[in-house]
Design a protein around this ligand. Structure first.
Ligand code: PAF
Length: 278
């Protein structure tokens, strides 16, 4: 496996390939990322992972400075998962000048849910993903379904810009107790880690309730959302949202729509997100 830090070296390497399959990451990898790499393997003639902690998608009060940078351990795991090439640029390589050209995704998709609580987040994500997909000449790119809205925003961006790239979603990987794997789980104290399963339990409860009564109307769905928010709050969480939405566009569902429930909540200083398709 080659580890490359500059765009010039990357372009040189890419001359040998026609169909890069790319897994963009911010590093501090876990089994979810590695599953994406294994999924990518048969989909291209070279499997590339990018590792770049993208300042543009962090608000000033968020964890950009403390986000764990674990390049050596990440590369060991990537090699074991069958990755061929790691592109891990420095910030000065990705943004030699301030990145003044940015991708602004549409409000109705990017300013709801995560975008509402993290203003500008999807501008940062889209801008870096566009750049990474362009740099790696991706023909297939894989993103985890744990970041459900991110996957949808990227899918729509690639479609609207007519980029010749297949966007593939990888299933959320979970710990034995149900907690969705995330780099941010490492911030949890031992006690918080034990408690963290309550988030997936809350979502599972909603999935079961809606499946048991698929014709629930908007009022009943809102009641379920509120009950889950209250129950998380009583257990010591600070929930941002628990929302049952239409899978197709994350808008409030109509009768018969395929649904997904999404949540974001803080446990202590750690903000976790999760979702489940219904
Ligand atoms: O999901 C992530 O790790 C990041 O948002 C991504 C897609 C690598 C862009 O920085």
């Amino acid at each position: 496996m080659k580890i490359i830090h500059t765009i010039a070296e990357l372009r040189d390497e890419l001359r040998a390939y026609r169909h890069p399959a790319v897994v963009p990451t911010m590093g501090n990898l876990h089994a979810g990322h590695l599953a994406l790499v294994r999924q990518a393997k048969p989909l291209g003639d070279v499997t590339i992972s990018t590792i770049f902690v993208n300042r543009l998608q962090f608000a000033p009060h968020e964890d950009f400075d403390t986000y764990p940078r674990t390049l050596d351990a990440d590369c060991e795991q990537l090699e074991a998962a069958g990755c061929d090439l790691v592109f891990a640029p420095k910030e000065t390589e990705m943004y030699p000048q301030p990145q003044t050209f940015k991708v602004h995704p549409p409000t109705e998709l990017a300013d709801i849910l995560e975008g509402h609580f993290r203003p500008g987040f999807f501008i940062g994500v889209c801008t870096v993903v566009l750049k990474l997909l362009s740099l790696t000449q991706a023909r297939t790119a894989l993103f985890g379904k744990k970041d459900y809205q991110q996957l949808m925003v990227i899918r729509n961006m690639v479609k609207q810009f007519a980029m010749p790239i297949d966007i593939i979603g990888g299933e959320t990987q979970r710990a034995d107790d149900g907690l969705a794997l995330s780099s941010r789980n490492g911030y949890l104290s031992a006690a918080e880690r034990t408690q963290a399963l309550q988030l997936s339990q809350a979502l599972r409860g909603i999935v079961e309730a809606v499946r048991a009564n698929p014709t629930m109307d908007a009022v009943a769905l809102a009641r379920l959302e509120n009950q889950a928010m209250q129950s998380l709050s009583h257990q010591g969480w600070r929930p941002d949202y628990v929302a049952i939405r239409r899978q197709a566009d994350l808008q409030p569902p109509q009768a018969g729509d395929a649904k997904v429930v999404l949540a974001a909540a803080r446990l202590g200083a750690t903000r976790l997100i999760d979702n489940m398709e219904i």
